[in-house]
Design a binder for this molecule. Sequence first.
Ligand SMILES: [Fe+2]
Length: 384
Amino acid sequence: MDARKNVSPEFVLGEGALALVGRYAANLGANKVLLVTDPGVMRAGWSEKVVAALARLAIQTHIFSDISPNPRDTEIMHGASVYLEEQCDVIVALGGGSPMDCAKGIGIVASNNRHILEFEGVDKVPIPGPPLICIPTTAGSSADVSQFAIINDTARKLKIAIVSKAAIPDVALIDPAVTMSMPNALTAATGMDALVHAIEAYVSLAGSPITDLNALEAIRLVATNLQSAIEHPEDLRYRDQMMLGSLLAGLAFSNASLGLVHAMAHALGGLMDLPHGECNALLLPHVVNFNFNAVPERYQRIGEAFGLPLSGLTHAEIRLRLVSAIQTFRQAVGLTRVLQDYGVTREDIQVLARYAFNDPCLATNPIQPTVGDIERIYEQALAA
Ligand SMILES: [Fe+2]
């Protein structure tokens, strides 16, 4: 067995985890917390609960919510100056992937006093940020357990990845009840992001027996619970299972990295500011079709975890079944748009493919595509 390192933060999973934020912040020595969140999460009322839990332990809060869905370098630099001006000493991130990635960036900038884009790459953060507590409000991004922060470089119009131990939160408080306030479209998009994390981790060149276990179980959990979570949004049982699936997918991809779906989705997010989960969902079947022959046995186990009866079928048959099952699943959870519906045209494909080709996620894809291969996959995804 190849030697593989696995990292994860301390995490609390289950109902009531959010209410522990005061105690955890106090243990980390907090006097004043910078609460990084977004307007949607604030409207759902979760930020008030966090502020109240901190106030009970005499901890002050300053709220920073100036964040776009694809968090920008400029927003992080602004957040870091707010953190320093307000003399905060702990950061709490409350939200989906965007506030959490933004909070990671703010902490890194605040302690290193350099521009966020200087930390692009693997292990480029010399000084760890201040203590960071993450409270996810979606079941999908898993930024609360990952060592990744994905930031939009607004000048170059591309997403950069910061991969570092400094991007791992000190604590993740993972409370499935918090995800009940998500609208269905967000439940679907973030759930599909979790599914893509698990599938890409399972076929990654950097996978290991531990990431495999987490990834396969995550695929099973998302496949069996995402539709029910959408049909019964107030039923905590499905939210529990989706949160568990998202967590396991996060532990898998944080340690095994990702692949071509994320490389292509990052290009769409960076250049055209398109939503991450929806891009992943629509690219997934096309990339599975492209990657399949590199690791057919792995895709067979993915299909089985997905609930497909595949015994006795040839690889070619399994490939067809799996690709069409993923398409059907995506549409069943209400994600029916194709790339051209987002305004992407044939003229955009060349530059998108070049950006995706240079994305670090490609390094662990089970087969190395050419720029031409990536162009063809974008083209397929334009209308299907
Ligand atoms: Fe993702």
